[in-house]
Design a protein around this ligand. Structure first.
Ligand SMILES: *Cc1c(COP(=O)(O)O)cnc(C)c1O
Length: 348
């Protein structure tokens, strides 16, 4: 896929132009963004009453854009806090409204997702926000909250899906808004995806910047301002690659096999440990620890020598973290597992 992008970098499909040189309103780029949107809609089976928006600002900007677009005349929103990213989301929202923390796993070190029957939702929140894959703490939702059963049939469910979108099929119709930065599982940084139920458009607060008003962006087909054209083009190639792999069901099988291989190796050994409850273990981000943390540096040095990179854990959690996004093949995980065993044999 990157080879294809490299080959057509200077001249896209005989147009005589690089994608970077195209007018975003020209017929060439219009076809690129149109195809990308159609392929994404097909991959995720996005229902026809949802709009797909290609935006900028990353997931962190959406943390402000969400309340600005959904509060309307309400003053409270509910957040479920399951790790570092949902902490950031609720903190940003406090600039715009009061926040009710419906549930938090902080006291437990973010090792598990609080079951919905423990959530203390408020009576009439503008929306309920979750982060469906906590990239830093490595917890992932394998179920979808049901606000109807909680007595909130009209309350939008909003999810930050940055770090596991397109890692498996997801039922978009069970959410009202999904958003994520593209740089984890899709493509280059600079592109933010928003999938929003059409009925929610048109509620933005007057202070909301026009470029961040979902209705304005939707009406302009993501061209209210110049979109991140090259990032959209690469994302489009990724969508096509996923289709070629057999779609999200096939990608899920691969991701499952990768995660099972790695967790099994970690579980089998006392030399390594993991913290996250088995039912919430992320298939994308796997934090783990060496039982003897004095071996962290030698572990990372040996890994680097073998071309196993970016294993150092996030500073908030410490230890190690393997991020095994869609682009990581099973062979890459296998190479890590071989190294884990070898390092244990020589240092255990
Ligand atoms: C990386 C990440 C973010 C931050 O996204 P930006 O695009 O850098 O703003 C937010 N949420 C989650 C879950 C992430 O993984």
């Amino acid at each position: 896929m990157l080879t294809e992008a490299a080959a057509e970098m200077l001249d896209w499909h005989g147009s005589g132009m690089s994608v970077m040189e195209m007018s975003h309103r020209g017929k060439e780029f219009t076809s690129i963004i149109g195809q990308a949107e159609a392929d994404l809609r097909e991959l995720l089976a996005v229902p026809s009453d949802y709009r797909i928006l290609f935006m900028q600002g990353g997931a962190l900007a959406e943390n402000a854009i969400v309340p600005m677009n959904l509060l309307g005349n309400r003053h409270e929103a509910d957040y479920v806090v399951t790790g570092a990213w949902s902490i950031k989301s609720q903190k940003e929202a406090r600039k715009y409204c009061s926040v009710n923390i419906a549930a938090s796993s902080e006291a437990d070190g973010f090792r598990a997702i609080p079951p919905q029957d423990t959530w203390r939702l408020s009576k009439n929140p503008a929306y309920v926000h979750i982060c469906t894959n906590e990239t830093i703490h490595g917890v992932e939702y394998f179920w979808t909250p049901d606000l109807k059963s909680a007595g909130l049939p009209d309350t939008p469910l909003v999810a930050d899906v940055s770090s596991h979108i397109l890692s498996r099929p997801m039922d978009v119709s069970k959410f009202d808004v999904m958003y994520g930065g593209a740089q984890k599982n899709i493509g280059p940084a600079g592109l933010t995806l928003v999938i929003v139920r059409e009925a929610l458009l048109g509620r933005a607060l007057p202070v909301c910047p026009s470029a961040f008003d979902w209705k304005t962006v939707a009406e302009a087909h993501s061209m209210y301002n110049t979109p991140p054209t090259y990032a959209i083009y690469i994302a489009g190639l990724v969508f096509r690659w996923i289709k070629g792999q057999g779609g999200l069901a096939a990608i899920e099988q691969r991701n499952k096999a990768k995660a099972e291989t790695l967790y099994r190796c970690l579980d089998e050994s006392d030399f390594y440990r993991t913290q996250v409850a088995p039912a919430c273990r992320s298939r994308m981000n796997v934090p783990f620890f060496l039982a003897d943390e004095r071996l962290n540096e030698p572990f990372l040095d040996g890994a680097r020598e073998r071309g196993l990179l970016q294993l150092k854990g996030h500073k908030l959690v410490g230890g190690m973290r393997a991020s095994i996004y869609n682009a990581m093949p099973l062979a890459g995980v296998q190479a890590l597992v071989d190294y884990l065993r070898e390092f244990e044999r020589s240092h255990g």
